[in-house]
Design a protein around this ligand. Structure first.
Ligand code: ZN
Ligand code: ZN
Ligand code: ZN
Length: 331
């Protein structure tokens, strides 16, 4: 897609500019009243709320823009690994050397689905003698040092000797068989599974991951008391959506310059986060407008205020509604 380079009409769904979206994402008086009514009734402790509708006195719209950038990346690295050689087919570097890191063909993953996969690198296989057992398939037992037996405890006990009793552990022989190697002194080599040979090859690890960053525009200067962190749990109206292999910064977003700046910065940040071993496969950027309104309302003879935010119509206020309580001791 070519959009994203300008804020021309085709950057927006349905050819509408950001200004036009304000109208459809505003919080209406009816929505504000309903949100406040729900909030007021949930603030009562145990008694039923009075059948009183909050009266909306003033509604100040302060919609906030949220910019999100998702970058789906593929990170690769190669390491040498080995497994027992059991006669498998060897893809050896015959005439051609193994391919370079990004020359290895790997299937295309489903975009924005994270995961980790390992692949053998073509033409990288070779067979070597097992370093652990030097090709014998068996190693010296580490417990008995290869002798297959130990001295029995009775051989150092004078008391036992003097009584001249037959030791039940060694039947009087003074030596006891090593249980780890069953007295053989050698054990099966685990590294090569007793085959004596190892199959070495290069293994490519591929990790797919999504980087996500978001920025919200500053709210109205006269409304500095609304905690922006609350917006993480609500949704707004998506007004721009742009998906491409790599997206371009959203320029010309004159309405909210922070969004253009954030877009430019975050695209750069995501690019910087990728090095030679990490490639960007896909990017997705969106701008959402989240409705937020400061609501002043009258209830129970008092003038109160709160913020109603998100399409979910959530309410935030610092004011306690204790004055509205039923008077019971729980409040
Ligand atoms: Zn003994
Ligand atoms: Zn042993
Ligand atoms: Zn071995």
């Amino acid at each position: 897609m070519e959009q994203g380079t300008s804020m021309g009409s085709d950057s927006f769904a349905s050819n509408r500019g950001p200004q036009n979206y304000r109208n459809i994402t505003l919080i209406t008086e009816a929505e504000a009243r309903e949100a406040v009514r729900r909030y007021v009734s949930s603030s009562y402790c145990c008694c039923k709320p009075r059948a009183e509708e909050p009266a909306i006195e003033r509604l100040t719209q302060m919609p906030i823009y949220r910019y999100r950038l998702d970058t789906f990346t593929e990170t690769r690295h190669i390491e040498k690994t080995c497994k027992p050689y059991t006669g498998q087919r060897i893809d050896a570097p015959d005439r051609e050397p193994p391919p370079l890191l990004w020359g290895i063909e790997v299937y295309t993953p489903k975009m924005f689905h994270e995961g980790l996969k390992r692949f053998p690198v073509p033409r990288s296989g070779e067979i070597k003698t097992c370093h652990k057992c030097v090709g014998r398939g068996r190693c010296k037992c580490t417990r008995c040092g290869g002798s297959g037996q130990f001295r029995c405890r009775c051989s150092s006990s004078n008391r036992q000797k003097s009584r001249n009793k037959r030791c039940p552990t060694c039947s009087g022989s003074g030596r006891r068989r090593c249980s780890k190697c069953s007295g053989r002194g050698r054990r099966f080599c685990i590294s090569c599974k007793g085959k004596g040979q190892l199959f070495y090859y290069l293994q490519l690890s591929v990790k797919w991951k999504t980087l996500r960053s978001e920025v919200v525009s500053n709210p109205h200067e006269e409304e500095p008391n609304f905690p922006l962190i609350l917006l993480q749990k609500v949704t707004g109206e998506v007004i721009i959506t742009d998906d491409d292999v790599t997206v371009h910064p959203l320029a010309g977003f004159t309405d909210v310059p922070e969004i253009s700046a954030a877009s430019e910065k975050l695209i750069q940040d995501h690019q910087n986060a990728c090095g030679p071993s990490c490639h960007v496969l896909r990017q997705h950027q969106t701008v959402e407008m989240i409705p937020v309104a400061n609501v002043q309302y009258g209830y129970s003879g008092k003038s109160l205020s709160c913020h109603v935010y998100g399409r979910e119509g959530r309410v935030y206020t610092k004011q306690r509604l204790s004055g509205l309580a039923c008077g019971c001791s729980v409040m």
